[in-house]
Ligand binder design. Structure first.
Ligand SMILES: N[C@@H](CCC(=O)N[C@@H](CS)C(=O)NCC(=O)O)C(=O)O
Length: 215
């Protein structure tokens, strides 16, 4: 068995989320870059692997799966040795899943709703409604962190890595996080996560494109 292959593009927040998840789980993955700027996701060889042509995509010795959070769950279940990262206990796991779905349904879509039109559609400012939507979501994240060190409790989990990858992208655009002190404190803890620097590097490039197009 060879190490799983992770098809990745460092500018993509969900793709970075899968990479940091693999790092905290401790599974070595062979990272292959699919350059979305060059539209490499439409190469025939990649379409054969993932007809939905998105990153991240995992190929574990012929077993192929995409969706960053599903990849993180799979890697943790198959290769994880630290039960805290994605607990087997039903209720602890349910909390991690809730935070993962919160990222997938609220945090990332709201960041994307702000950034994609600026990157791709010539939009040059951020509408008040989109600002308020994201800040409302950050308010809930701030509440989750009120009495806990990490987003799903007292231990670092794959929910932290998913949300971190989403959030750093907009923070690097210059989002004001000061109204959310628990998030600020959590972000400070996140600096010790393996892969933090690589994630930040991708987030900075992503954000530089957004900032360049903003008025
Ligand atoms: N929900 C997916 C989102 C994946 C996604 O949107 N990937 C984008 C980059 S951020 C992509 O690959 N776009 C290229 C395409 O769809 O052709 C996940 O979490 O993995």
């Amino acid at each position: 068995m060879s190490p799983p292959t992770l098809y990745h593009f460092p500018l993509s927040p969900p793709s970075r989320g899968a990479v940091i998840a693999a790092k905290i789980i401790g599974v070595p993955v062979e990272v292959k870059i699919i350059d979305l700027m060059k539209k490499e996701q439409f190469n025939e060889s990649f379409i054969k692997i993932n007809p939905q042509h998105c990153v991240p995509t995992l190929d574990d010795n012929g077993f192929v799966i995409w969706e960053s959070r599903a990849i993180a769950c799979y890697l943790a279940d198959k290769y994880g040795t630290n039960d805290d990262i994605y607990p087997k206990d039903l209720q602890r796991r349910a909390i991690v899943n809730q935070r993962l779905y919160f990222d997938s349904s609220f945090v990332y879509p709201r960041i994307r709703a702000i950034c994609y039109p600026i990157i791709y559609d010539g939009v040059t400012e951020i509408k008040e409604k989109l600002k308020n939507d994201l800040n409302a979501t950050l308010g809930f994240l701030n509440q989750f962190l009120e009495d806990s060190k990490w987003v799903a409790g007292e231990h670092l989990t794959i929910a932290d890595t998913a949300i971190l990858a989403s959030l750093t992208s907009i923070l690097e655009v210059g989002w004001d996080i000061t109204p959310f002190p628990n998030i600020e404190r959590w972000l400070q803890s996140c600096t010790s996560i393996p892969g933090y620097e690589d994630n930040l590097e991708g987030a900075k490039i992503f954000a530089s494109i957004v900032k360049k197009n903003l008025k």
